[in-house]
Write a protein that binds this ligand. Structure first.
Ligand SMILES: [Ca+2]
Ligand SMILES: [Ca+2]
Length: 293
């Protein structure tokens, strides 16, 4: 039944890049602090001024396409890298891989390829809008807290939070990892939601050996409007009612569905060093010689 609800509610979900603007990042319950167990900050970058991306190889990044910007360079830890060739899927998915010309980055995270994401803990990292530090928590019926206003300035801040994959869903024809924004709780200290300009930011999981993998790219979150139909830039976490009562849902493109395309694309991007090519060539020649002797 929940799948049906998602499908019918498509128009109520915000695709996370609508206009060029700026912001801080990821909506968290705590005023300060973020999880310490996470991938290196340098695996997330800023795509132009309206999206995020993840580094998946020493010279390659992955992000969404719907932000529709194609910058000449992108930013990782305040350093700019020139964009080379951009690769898209043949089935018109909302994902793209871009080569970083001449880059040899030490920090990158491979893509998760198994299909057992459901119920797994994730870490989210991105440069999208965060909570407005000058606004109080939103309160409704009998003062009950239910949400946060988004900030409107500063898109230079990377933030990390946590959540759990509740289910595998679908939105606008794209397979999705789905999380809800649960209320504050000691067991979920850094429960997080996503916001504008988090498009292309990463949802990471650890495998049994403790290695990080990229499972999803942030795509959409729940939209809110006031009674006059004006857009509210808010994240809601309380669904107990009465009064404002919705638990926002977050969606990320499920990358395990694109594993083969990602592998093929990274193979295309990876150009062997000239010395390596030479060794292979000579090795092949000697092998041939040995066989013919
Ligand atoms: Ca949750
Ligand atoms: Ca929940």
């Amino acid at each position: 039944m929940r799948y049906v609800r998602y499908f019918q509610s498509t128009s109520l979900y915000l695709i996370l890049v609508c206009v060029i603007s700026s912001s801080n990042a990821i909506v968290l319950h705590p005023d300060s602090g973020q999880p310490t167990e996470k991938p290196a900050d340098a695996v997330i970058g800023r795509w132009d001024s309206n999206a995020s991306f993840v580094v998946i190889a020493p010279n390659a990044i992955i992000t969404t396409r719907h932000q529709k910007t194609t910058p000449s360079s992108v930013e990782i830890n305040n350093t700019n890298y020139s964009l080379g060739e951009i690769y898209t899927t043949t089935d018109n998915s909302d994902i793209q891989i871009a080569e970083l010309v001449g880059a040899n980055l030490a920090n990158y995270v491979p893509v998760y390829t198994a299909s057992d994401e459901e119920n797994k803990q994730i870490i989210l990292g991105g440069y999208g809008r965060g909570r407005d530090p000058d606004k109080d928590t939103l309160t409704g019926f009998q003062g009950k807290e239910y949400g946060y206003e988004w900030g409107s300035d500063n898109n230079e801040t990377l933030l990390w939070g946590t959540n759990t994959i509740d289910e595998i869903g679908e939105l606008n024809g794209h397979k999705q990892l789905v999380t809800d924004f649960d209320g504050p709780d000691v067991s979920r200290q850094y429960e997080a939601s996503i916001a504008d300009y988090d498009s292309g930011s990463g949802w990471f999981m650890k495998n049994d050996s403790g290695e990080w993998y990229l499972a999803g790219l942030s795509y959409a979150t729940t939209l809110h409007y006031d009674d006059d139909g004006n857009r509210l830039y808010q994240s809601w976490f309380d669904s107990s009612g009465p009064g404002p009562s919705t638990q926002d849902l977050n969606y990320a493109h499920r990358l395990s569905d694109h594993g083969d395309w990602i592998d093929d694309t990274l193979e295309t991007i990876a150009i062997p060093e000239p010395a390596t090519v030479l060794i292979f060539t000579l090795g092949g020649w000697f092998a041939l010689r040995r066989r013919t002797i």
